[in-house]
Design a protein around this ligand. Sequence first.
Ligand code: IMP
Length: 499
Amino acid sequence: MATATREQFFQTMEEQGIALTYDDVRMRTRSGSSGPLPEVINIRSKFSENVELKVPLVSAAMDTVTESNMAIEMAKLGGIGVIHAALSINEQFTEVRRVKKASHSVIDEPISVRDSDTLESVKKMCAEKRFNFSTFTVIDADGKFKGVLTGKDFEYPESLTVSVGEAMTSVEEDNFSSAPVGTTLEEAYAVMQKGKINTLPLINEDGGVGGLYLWSDVKRNVRDAEAYNVDHNRQLRVAAAVSTGEDALERVEALSRYADVIVLDTADGDSYYVFKTLKAIKEKFPDLDVVVGNISDGASALELAEAGANGIKVGQGGGSICSTRPETGIGMPQVTAVYDCMNALREKYPHIPVCADGGIKDHGDIPIAIGVGAHSVMMGRVLAGTKEAPGDVLVRKDGTRYKTYRGMGSASALRDNEASRERYSANGGIFLPEGVEAYVPYEGDLKNVLGLCVLALRKGMRYVKSPDLEYHRNHTKFFRITGSGLRESHPHDVEIIKQ
Ligand code: IMP
């Protein structure tokens, strides 16, 4: 059967004035029994021009979805999290920094204790400063490196009144290893593995302490970090949202120290204030990637690209907690919106990635979003019930567990924070909520929830024989389904015992 290309398909829809969303379409399978196996399919992508993803999934900039715990885990799983902006500049900066420091391989400024201190005084300091570690570099009165004190050094002395100098492992001992400042992670790994050592202090030219490698971090960063989404320093990648308010530039200035990418996040990404803020950010921080949203049509995508955006976020009114469409009457259904934006950028700005934001209900929506042209998919609801999302796990009388998930334009979010009021232009006397507050079932570890999303993407790509994401983005064909097709698409005519 001759099949329309994706372009012909969407053109026909457009001619008829029809816009589609996930439930309206399905991907066509392709023949080819030697197609790629799910596990070898390459799903690397980009969130913005210069920020890569190992897994094309992004956690939403919402106060019930992404703070540092979520962003750390998202990056460890290969994606990226966008830390929401409903925080003071300092709070948001701290959240972003926590992500960057989370899988730090070298401790730049390790805490040093003096050789003349007693173990007792070190223990007291740990309690006062709430240190949850017990490895210290040791220096003398002149700041010269003398040895290393670790948790086990507290175990053996009869009394804690002994000095650190007596209890530590001294630089004078045989087999003591240290290395010069500038030693790379790989070099540290080789030395530590060979010598079976847990700590490798880095010494500067003056004989003082210039850093510290710990085997637990070094091992993880070399062996386990294959899947992590990391920057050139092997630190986890992280994004941070800003709004168009007066403090936007000040916020970007603070965040830019650690954030890999800024997301200029508003409900109407094609507005005077967005272009003004984007221009100001790009003027002051030309090397910082800025993803801009949200929009839902190609003309806006093109204008934003022309104004310097390094990524476009698409989605207006499709979010699970969103009431923008009934409240204001706007909103292009998501499949057509993503296609339209990708299509508008294709000729002149093919390097500017499109992120499909919101509206993912079923796992299968993810390969569809990418098949119509997205480089990445942002999710709120799917991730809001995980352990890593902010907020407590609540328990109902019947024992079921759940968490709260709210729109950033919901009445309570608008009341609670300035960023929401800016996002939804609600700084006048009365405001019109464009979102709701909701409950979602508690889902446990993000690793499992995201794992299923990734598996579904790989399986969807396998059915259509796409070997990598780029191919999938460019060659997937679609057809439109009817109401009966949708009914047939889900389990039907059975009494479901278990999902
Ligand atoms: P979800 O994945 O379907 O839950 O949608 C999440 C997306 O909805 C977010 O990434 C935002 O773009 C969008 N969003 C968040 N809060 C609101 C709101 O209050 N109204 C409309 N859209 C919202």
